[in-house]
Design a protein around this ligand. Structure first.
Ligand SMILES: [Mn+2]
Length: 300
C-alpha cells in the first residue's frame, strides 16, 4: 500500500487578508484524509506544523511585512518536508498561504538531491510568485516562494538552500496576473509559463503531456503546487487573490487525472484556501475532490 503523510500548514502572514490559518482545518472538515484512505492509500495525518523560533530580521524594502514569520515557517517546513519525503511515498501539505512553498519545496528538493534525481515543479496558479524581497511592492511574501526555492538572489535573512530547483524544471499553468518585474524574471531565468491564452488556444493536455514526458525522460521527481486562484472564482471562491478567467472544473479534474495516470507526482501543496471567504465549504470540497483525482479517483 502506498503511504501518504499529511501536514497542516496554518500560515497566513504571507497574504494581505487573514483567514488561510483555517485552511488545514477546513480541508480536514471536508474529509481530505479519509477520502485518500478510501482510495486505498495508507494515510497518516501529522497534525499542524508550527513555525520555528522567531528572529529579528528586517529588510531594506519597507513594503516587506512579516519577514520574521516567513523565515520561521520556511526553516520549520524545510525540515518537515525533508523528513516526510524520506519516510512516505507522497507528502501532502495543506496550507496556508503560498509562502508555505518556500519551505515545502526547499525540503522536497533536498530529498531529490539526496536521491540524485532532478526535482521538477508544476506551479498551478494565477500568479508566478516570482518576486524577491526587493521587487515586491505589496510586500505580501506569498508572492515570493518561486524566486526563493529556485535560488534567486534577494532573500537576505531566509535560510540558505541546500538544493535550489533548476528554473528550467519549473512549469507554470493558469498564469493570468503577472507584474512586469516578474515577467522579466521568468524570461531571464528560463521558467516555462503556459498562460491562460496558451491554454485557451491549445487546451491543457498538450502542454501538460509535454512536461510530463520531460520529467519521465529525466527520471525526475515531481512536486505539484496548487493555488486556489488557479481555479476560476466561480467554482473556487475561497481565496484571497482570486482572478477571473481561471481553470474550469472539467479542466482541473482532467489535469489531476492526467497527473495521476503519469505516476510521476511525488509531493503536493494545497495553498491559499481561505475558509473565511469560502461559500459553505465549496472550495474546501473542490480541493479535496481534486486531490482525490490526483490520488486515483476517476469521476469524469
Ligand atoms: Mn500562489
Amino acid at each position: 500500500m502506498k503511504t501518504c503523510h499529511i501536514l497542516g500548514v496554518p500560515v497566513q502572514t504571507g497574504a494581505s487578508r487573514k483567514g488561510c490559518i483555517m485552511g488545514p482545518a477546513a480541508l480536514r472538515t471536508a474529509g481530505l484524509p479519509d477520502t485518500l484512505r478510501q482510495l486505498g492509500w495508507d494515510v497518516t495525518d501529522l497534525g499542524d506544523a508550527r513555525p520555528d523560533q522567531y528572529q529579528n530580521v528586517n529588510h531594506t524594502n519597507p513594503a516587506v511585512h512579516h519577514l520574521p514569520d516567513m523565515v520561521a515557517w520556511t526553516s520549520s517546513l524545510t525540515r518537515h518536508a525533508l523528513q516526510m519525503a524520506r519516510t512516505c511515498d507522497v507528502p501532502v501539505f495543506m496550507g496556508g498561504d503560498h509562502s508555505m512553498s518556500a519551505g515545502t519545496v526547499a525540503g522536497i528538493a533536498q530529498h531529490a538531491a539526496e536521491l540524485n534525481q532532478p526535482q521538477f515543479v508544476l506551479w498551478l496558479d494565477a500568479h508566478t510568485d516570482l518576486h524577491t524581497l526587493h521587487t515586491t511592492t505589496s510586500g505580501n511574501l506569498h508572492g515570493t516562494p518561486v524566486a526563493y526555492f529556485t535560488g534567486q538572489t534577494g532573500f537576505e535573512g531566509l535560510p540558505p538552500l541546500a538544493a535550489p530547483v533548476d528554473p528550467h524544471n519549473m512549469y507554470m499553468m493558469g498564469i493570468r496576473s503577472v507584474d512586469p518585474e516578474e515577467k522579466r524574471h521568468a524570461r531571464d531565468i528560463g521558467v516555462t509559463v503556459f498562460d491562460m491564452r496558451t491554454l485557451d488556444e491549445s487546451g491543457v493536455i498538450r502542454p501538460l503531456t509535454h512536461f510530463l514526458e520531460r520529467v519521465e525522460h529525466a527520471g525526475g521527481r515531481l512536486h505539484v503546487s496548487l493555488d486556489v486562484d488557479f481555479l476560476d472564482p466561480e467554482i473556487a471562491p475561497g481565496g484571497g487573490t482570486v482572478v477571473p478567467g481561471g481553470i474550469t472544473f472539467r479542466e482541473a479534474h482532467l489535469i489531476m487525472e492526467i497527473l495521476h495516470d503519469s505516476g510521476l507526482v511525488t509531493s503536493l501543496d494545497l495553498a491559499e484556501l481561505n475558509p473565511f471567504l469560502d461559500v459553505r465549504g465549496k472550495t474546501a470540497h473542490l480541493l479535496t475532490d481534486l486531490t482525490a483525482s490526483l490520488f486515483g479517483r476517476h469521476i469524469l
